[in-house]
Design a protein around this ligand. Structure first.
Ligand SMILES: Cc1ncc(COP(=O)(O)O)c(C=O)c1O
Length: 399
């Protein structure tokens, strides 16, 4: 398989000043919280893993993926979404997405019709927490005898609480609770069918793993206590603008094995008990309220900012966002400047090559900004200001 791979090593980016994921145990709710529709059906319907990728690995195995079978994955993806299929030596085929990241059904139908190996699984993703209706695709999969894996990695989805509209259509559902809570790990596999997960055996984390997790969580909670000074942003941008940038290398690579982010030695290890406790102790209502507030803050700031645009400007009712995705017109230099300022941004620049125009475009242009519940208003102000000032900078040759 051909992959794009951006190597930033020579750029020497500093550590972000603020944690991209929640790093303080905000909003404890010792009294528990409002259960959603799935709650009460614990244990037999769920298996815990250290990350969503290992839950996806089990989902792929249950779907019957092996060598010479096909895994259909969305063209816009991070490598951990395809690592599990590569670990099983399956063939990964990418289906196209529309600009709003919904699946191109025509292309999917075409891929299935022309497949020269059995298609065993289709992965569909609720990107950034925006819930899509995968009902019609579930119907399509039933007809074609394909296992539908619903990717809720960007969705607030735990044993106790599932964001409205999520987990409804997948034969198997995977999630990454560690992205929504202040904890060291957490991946989840869910099935509505009581017996479906019976063959999935996991083993508990050791006491040492638990202690390392607690230490990690404590250290993370001290990250970004004070974001940085506002006048410093201008002076840093002045100096970045006057020196040549190291751009890193952007290569095409042939690879059919999982990335170094996939470790088979921990694939069957359960998440830490400590991580699950942290998730249970956090109120999803407050978590959601704060995330929505922070998302909307980014949306109104970006509506007034040049050289960028939101790909989802309006937050649907009930949606619990994971991050704020923003399209930047000038990845060179803006991506580099934001990284050098220490703004916590993510970008999926390592990605399988596809014929999807949106994925090929978004790979270097779409950046993910944090909107999690643990951000302080000072941190958010600093990030919005740093982002804004970067986007406003005139480049050489601009009028
Ligand atoms: C959409 C999506 N699905 C699946 C995964 C894998 O999740 P995890 O990091 O929990 O292994 C990721 C990773 O970030 C992701 O962004």
């Amino acid at each position: 398989m051909k992959l794009h791979r951006f190597n930033p090593q020579e750029c020497r980016f500093p550590k972000p000043r603020i944690s991209p994921l929640p790093n303080s145990p905000a909003f404890p709710s010792m009294l528990g919280h409002q259960p959603s529709g799935l709650s009460g059906r614990h244990s037999r319907h769920f298996r815990h893993f250290s990350r969503g990728r290992y839950a996806l690995g089990e989902a792929c195995r249950l779907a019957g993926l092996t060598r010479q079978t096909i895994f259909l994955a969305p063209a816009y993806h991070c490598v951990t979404m395809i690592d599990p299929a590569l670990a099983l030596s399956a063939t990964v085929c990418f289906y196209r997405l529309q600009a709003d990241l919904s699946p191109d059904i025509e292309h999917l139908t075409e891929l299935v019709a022309n497949a020269n190996q059995p298609v065993k699984a289709l992965l569909v993703t609720h990107y950034f927490g925006l819930i899509k209706d995968f009902g019609p695709l579930a119907e399509f999969c039933r007809e074609k005898r394909i296992v539908l894996i619903e990717d809720c990695s960007h969705v607030l989805f735990t044993e106790e609480f599932q964001a409205p509209g999520s987990g409804m259509h997948g034969d198997l559902v995977i999630a990454s609770p560690y992205k929504f809570f202040c904890c060291a790990d957490g991946g989840l596999l869910y099935s509505r069918n009581e017996n479906r997960l019976d063959p999935v055996i996991t083993h508990p984390a050791s006491l040492l793993d638990e202690l390392v997790g607690i230490k990690f969580t404590y250290e993370k909670s001290r990250w970004g206590m004070s974001a940085g000074s506002f006048p410093e942003i201008d002076s840093l941008l002045d100096s970045l603008g006057s020196t040549p940038l190291a751009l890193g290398t952007d290569l095409l690579e042939e690879r059919n094995t999982p990335s170094e982010l996939y470790s088979s030695s921990i694939q069957n290890r359960s998440s830490l008990r400590y991580s699950r406790l942290m998730a249970r102790q956090t109120s999803p209502i407050e978590n959601s309220r704060k995330r929505r507030e922070n998302f909307n803050r980014w949306a109104s700031a970006i509506a007034q900012t040049p050289n960028c645009r939101a790909i989802f400007s309006k937050l649907p009712q009930d949606c619990i966002p994971y991050m704020f995705p923003v399209y930047i017109e000038r990845p060179n230099p803006d991506f580099y400047w934001l990284k050098h300022l220490g703004v916590p941004i993510w970008r999926w620049d390592e990605m399988g090559v596809s014929t999807c125009a949106a994925a090929e475009d978004y790979r270097l242009h779409l950046i993910h900004l944090p909107c999690h519940q643990a951000l302080t208003s000072e941190q958010l102000d600093w990030m919005v200001t740093a982002f804004n000032k970067t986007m406003h900078r005139m480049l050489k040759g601009d009028q």
